[in-house]
Write a protein that binds this ligand. Structure first.
Ligand code: 13P
Length: 251
């Protein structure tokens, strides 16, 4: 399975800027995308069309949505449906990002509904998990990850295709802070996630990708990608510039 190199642009970039960044990224990686890597760009909704246009026909690139509401359609003002993301060219979507859990108030149950519903609609889902600093200090990392994984995957069928599901371990204290979890902390958290996946999905669980996220930069990406069970990265700040994200993708 290729390493998944994902750029989460969060609430940054107007459409023209997103298109320009995506074009610059595709240009920088043209002929240089390592064979064992795939690139995923996750722009804000309003920039999906421009980003899709810029990446059209680029082998090894795909598009993702940052969020959706788990219903086919309906009276959900302000929300967007999985089918709309697919229609806009998305293959992937995120669920359970810490900013949605902790700023927008999404709980484990809603995250689980999104993960299962997105899969049934044909999206490949990236379920994000990760502990807060006080949970780490209290020795609760394994308990928090296990709780988030159990709820987030509660309704995912046991025979889910490993292509259709990835987990992103993003310790909340490392997101946007410049702090990165150390290699031992990353290895231990990813071991916990892997053990859960193998228990839950048997042999398929060994093939589900586990991404690391939290202050990934060109200078630390290579080391992070060398850790056992790190099958890709989910990058915020350092993905906003084509140059630094291209450096991460080729690290
Ligand atoms: P940063 O890379 O800015 O720390 O953000 C990580 C993240 O939240 C990606 O989803």
């Amino acid at each position: 399975m290729k390493k998944l190199m994902a750029a989460n642009w969060k609430m940054y970039k107007l459409a023209a800027e997103a298109g320009a960044t995506a074009s610059a990224l595709a240009g920088k990686l043209d002929g240089r995308l390592p064979r064992d890597r795939e690139v995923l760009v996750i722009p804000p909704f309003t920039a999906l069309a421009a980003t899709a246009k810029a990446l059209a026909g680029q082998p090894g690139f795909s598009l993702g949505g940052q969020n959706f509401y788990p219903s086919k359609q309906g009276a959900f003002t302000g929300e967007i449906a999985p089918e709309m993301l697919l229609d806009a060219g998305c293959r992937y979507a995120l669920a359970g990002h810490s900013e949605r859990r902790h700023i927008l108030g999404e709980d484990d149950v809603l995250v689980g509904r999104k993960t299962a519903f997105g899969l049934t609609c044909g999206l490949s889902m990236i379920l994000c998990v990760g502990e807060k600093v006080e949970e780490r200090q209290a020795g609760q990392v394994e308990a928090v990850l296990t709780r988030q994984l159990a709820a987030g995957l509660a309704d995912v069928p046991a025979d889910v295709s490993p292509d259709a599901l990835a987990i992103a371990y993003e310790p909340v204290w490392a997101i946007g802070t410049g702090l990165t979890a150390g290699p031992a902390e990353v290895a231990e958290a990813h071991r916990v996630v892997r053990a859960f996946l193998v228990e839950r999905f048997r042999p398929g669980g060994a093939k589900i990708r586990i991404l690391y996220g939290g202050s990934v930069k060109p200078g630390n990406a290579g080391e992070l990608l060398g850790i056992d069970n790190v099958d890709g990265v989910l990058v915020g700040g350092a993905s906003l510039e084509a140059e630094s994200f291209a450096a991460i993708v080729t690290a």
